[in-house]
Design a protein around this ligand. Structure first.
Ligand code: G5P
Length: 224
């Protein structure tokens, strides 16, 4: 049986984690779990978890570590036996330690993108809330303006993509990410990518993953 591969992608809001994760999941057949999408889905479905996290997500504040770790580790239990990719978790050192207690990551991708690039991207971002599909009116616009390509349903903008909320999110990201980055660096699994263009960063990530993911794992795998 192929060895399982466990990876995570980190980066500030708008750095392209979601965009790159979708490409990784599709190309390498990893199960993909996005913390932000999971939270928004839980809020939309009004689940117990959704009620608990709603006020944090709506104010662009981090969900408390004990809540976030419990929710994500429970979801990961359902992926036992699969190779997976985490997008947006762990985000704090407490979350990284909680994850470390159940498994060791094989690789962590960290994206370094300049602030001005992030600001431009997010003011142009639209999402399909039910699926989490992300569009950008310049970079990857929907086929029909304002409509999801697959379902045809309306697209919306996140309230936390407003400029004032974004600046606060970016400052906070830097503070909390530093110890997490240091931890994964010390474990020798951190790979950092810098740039302003996802399409230029992607080939480097893709070829690195090709060297890390056992080729037999690709056989018969379907994107989630
Ligand atoms: P999220 O959902 O994890 P963020 O803020 O970390 O939210 P976000 O905003 O979803 O991350 P991203 O995934 O890094 O950004 O980026 P993306 O969506 O792929 O790309 C951004 C936009 O740029 C898109 O429109 C895309 O098409 C476009 N784009 C990409 N590449 C390019 C390019 O090269 N050029 C151009 N022009 N455009 C491009 O978390 C949301 C909330 O959930 C909670 C928090 O409240 C958080 O605020 N939360 C957690 N709380 C505690 N702990 C955790 N671990 C939590 N995780 C989530």
């Amino acid at each position: 049986m192929a060895k399982l591969f466990r990876t995570a992608i980190m980066g500030p809001p708008g750095s392209g984690k979601g965009t790159i994760s979708q490409r990784i999941a599709q190309k390498f057949g990893l199960q993909y779990l996005s913390s932000g999408h999971f939270l928004r889905e839980s809020i939309a479905a009004n689940t117990e978890a959704g009620v608990l996290v709603k006020s944090y997500v709506e104010r662009s504040m981090l969900v408390p570590d004990h809540v976030m770790s419990r929710l994500m580790l429970l979801r990961l239990e359902q992926l036992t036996g699969h190779s997976w990719l985490l997008d947006g978790f762990p985000r704090t050192i407490a979350q990284a330690k909680a994850l470390n207690n159940i498994c060791q990551l094989d690789m962590v991708i960290s994206l370094n993108i300049p602030y001005e690039t992030l600001r431009e991207r997010l003011s142009d971002r639209w999402i399909h809330p039910a699926s989490g599909r992300v569009y950008n009116m310049g970079f990857n616009p929907p086929r029909v303006q304002g409509r999801d390509d697959v379902s045809g349903e309306p697209l919306i903008q996140h309230a936390d993509d407003r400029p004032e909320a974004l600046l606060a999110r970016l400052r906070h990201y830097k503070d909390v990410a530093k110890p997490v980055i240091d931890l994964y660096k010390s474990q020798g699994v951190l790979y950092q990518f810098s740039g302003t263009d996802t399409n230029r960063i992607w080939p480097y990530i893709s070829s690195l993953l090709s060297t890390k993911i056992p080729t037999q794992h690709l056989d018969g795998c379907q994107p989630p």
